[in-house]
Design a protein around this ligand. Sequence first.
Ligand SMILES: CC(C)(COP(=O)(O)OP(=O)(O)OC[C@H]1O[C@@H](n2cnc3c(N)ncnc32)[C@H](O)[C@@H]1OP(=O)(O)O)[C@@H](O)C(=O)NCCC(=O)NCCS
Length: 283
Amino acid sequence: MQVTRDRIADDLRRLGVRPGGVLMPHSSLRSLGTVDGGAAAVVDAMLDALGEQGTLVGPSFTFGSAQSPDFVFDPVRTPSDMGAIADEIRRRAGPARSLHATHSVSAIGAQADEILAAAGASAWDERSPLGTMFGLGGHFLLLGVTYQSFTAVHVLEIAFGARHRQTATLWRTLRGADGRERRFASTVYNRGPAYPGYDFNRLGQAMEDAGIVSTGPVGNAMARLVPARPMQAFAAAQIDVDPDYLFLQQSRETPLRAGAALDLPRGKLSVADPTAIFRPKQS
Ligand SMILES: CC(C)(COP(=O)(O)OP(=O)(O)OC[C@H]1O[C@@H](n2cnc3c(N)ncnc32)[C@H](O)[C@@H]1OP(=O)(O)O)[C@@H](O)C(=O)NCCC(=O)NCCS
């Protein structure tokens, strides 16, 4: 499938992305099909749909790279580990990136400053950039990926009782714009020994059944647009009844009904047509 910037922007509008909104995507580029212009065209399309007053927030997370004690976080240069689209947002945002060794975000647009001003040592508490997505009435977009990539649910996990988590301070090196390096502290929430794993698809499928989430194709990707505030209220009600609501039951993730599931070496995708994802040409 060949997909253009205009087609992606139209599909995003059909899904419910509106001018002036605050949007945070988790994405797989290849799920969309073959995109003319690659990740740059996808980011252009997101900005087209959000308009001049909109804000795009990218997960510029580095939790894989930051495992190394020698990790140096350079906000302008350290790539996002969260895929080509997230890294394109990070590149365009330049220095507009929160300071966190594992879970920084990059932001472009009208409310970028407000979101980044919320950056403290923790990336998952309610006063973090991710936490502000709820206060600002933002939307999360899952583009070709499942709810297992939905980081904001960790904010709810912490808010409603992180009994399987252990709070710790991670010290790593920060390289400033002047090239100077210093140690800096990030709060992280390590899995405790009995952490059962999470099944965020369970919450996602229940929200879809309740009509909270808008689902539909963007190119060939199955996309899910999740409004932050209704999601927070819905999840709180479920966790109130069952404190283990977000965790795996019998080690099995809930299957999603919309879209076809693809389990690839780099991650699990959710797509309209599994045969239409991007396939590199054989050399
Ligand atoms: C890991 C993950 C990013 C992999 O998805 P992916 O589509 O394979 O990879 P990317 O999004 O980085 O896109 C790069 C791939 O797009 C494909 N591609 C290249 N050009 C393309 C084009 N013009 N059009 C479409 N696809 C293209 C290639 O397969 C490329 O992979 P390669 O560089 O290994 O050849 C995805 O599965 C995922 O988990 N995303 C969510 C990440 C996240 O935010 N997680 C939150 C915390 S858990």
